[in-house]
Write a protein that binds this ligand. Structure first.
Ligand code: NAP
Length: 296
């Protein structure tokens, strides 16, 4: 008889994300073990508890989920966990700190419903946060285009920050990343002018792009906003938008993207239990998202 499916949720926050716990339970696991306030030096004993309690033939029934609101802290935990594995002694891992990987994957896939991103000019407003950076990484990555590379404007209120993020992105994936200043509404309009697709990945409750964007000559054909807290990040987009046509653009709001994000998150959790050697991070999660989308 197969062992029950156990997911161990590891989170650096003082309270592990209830959102992540709920999604895990709804994804068909049998038991959830939840650890909060976890620091890198504590990871080894947690991972050893997962690795050494079941024989190699049953290790695929145990998996780790890494969440947390501070992406940098979660990344340290992830590195510590991967360092614990050797040979067949490993369990599968899913990383989705603050929902950043699943959200970015869903946002890009929604935009792709209206055409390839290859060769296009793409603006990522607030491209410096966890979600914005991952959108830029996916758009640049080979997973999204095998024709000509897109040009990706990575926007920030501070050009120095945009430059730093572009440098970091370039270490992860080859791409045409263009640091772009977008501190004021006029700068955001200029950053969007001439782009075929605009993503807004700004902090909750902040309008980044004023309504005039949709009246600009050559305005974007697709606009995706991830901020669910009014006002929306792109003026005129509604949170429920899921491909609604507004002006010349197909529009997506945070909840419109959120439906696909939830499906990707659940599929990723259930996929963990197929084998014991998976590491599901941004690229793998995007590819899973493409599978989910094609089965929709
Ligand atoms: P974040 O880290 O909170 O913020 C992203 C960027 O927004 C920051 O790097 C900053 O860029 C800019 N920003 C912060 N405060 C600002 C202000 N007062 N005015 C203008 N810009 C400001 O966001 P995130 O975690 O990457 O998430 C992005 C968005 O996705 C959020 O709105 C979040 O709520 C949403 N989200 C949606 C879902 C979903 O399922 N729909 C899931 C997860 C997250 P600069 O300092 O470089 O300008």
């Amino acid at each position: 008889m197969s062992k029950p499916k156990v997911l161990i949720q590891i989170d650096p926050d003082s309270h592990a994300s209830t959102f992540d716990s709920m999604v895990a339970i709804d994804s068909g696991i049998d038991h959830l073990l939840c650890h909060s306030n976890v620091t890198a030096d504590q990871v080894e004993s947690l991972v050893h508890g997962a690795m050494f309690t079941r024989g190699p033939q049953d290790l695929h029934q145990t998996a780790l989920f890494f969440g947390g609101s501070d992406v940098a802290k979660t990344e340290l935990l992830l590195v510590a966990a991967k360092n614990c594995f050797f040979g067949p002694m490993r369990v599968s891992i899913l990383a989705d700190p603050n929902g950043s990987n699943t959200t970015a994957a869903a946002a890009v896939i929604c935009a792709q419903r209206h055409g390839t991103l290859a060769g296009k000019t793409i603006t990522v407003l607030a491209g410096t946060g966890p979600v914005g950076q991952r959108i830029a990484q996916i758009v640049a990555g080979p997973a999204t285009q095998n024709e000509s590379a897109p040009t990706i404007r990575v926007c920030s209120r501070r050009i120095e920050k945009a430059q730093e993020v572009c440098n970091e992105l370039a270490k992860r994936v080859e791409g045409n990343f263009v640091p772009t200043q977008s501190g004021s509404p006029d700068e955001a309009l200029a950053a969007t002018a001439g782009a075929e697709v605009v993503f807004a990945a700004g902090a909750a409750g902040v309008e980044l792009l004023p309504a005039a964007w949709s009246e600009m000559p050559g305005s974007p054909a697709v606009a995706v906003d991830l901020n669910a807290v009014p006002p929306t990040g792109i003026a005129g987009i509604q949170v429920m938008d899921s491909g609604e046509r507004r002006g010349n653009a197909y529009c997506f709001g945070a909840i419109g993207v959120g439906g696909l994000k939830m499906k990707i998150h659940k599929r990723a959790v259930s996929r963990l239990f197929d084998t014991n050697d998976q590491v599901l991070e941004i690229e793998e999660i995007y590819r899973l998202g493409v599978e989910v989308e094609s089965n929709n």
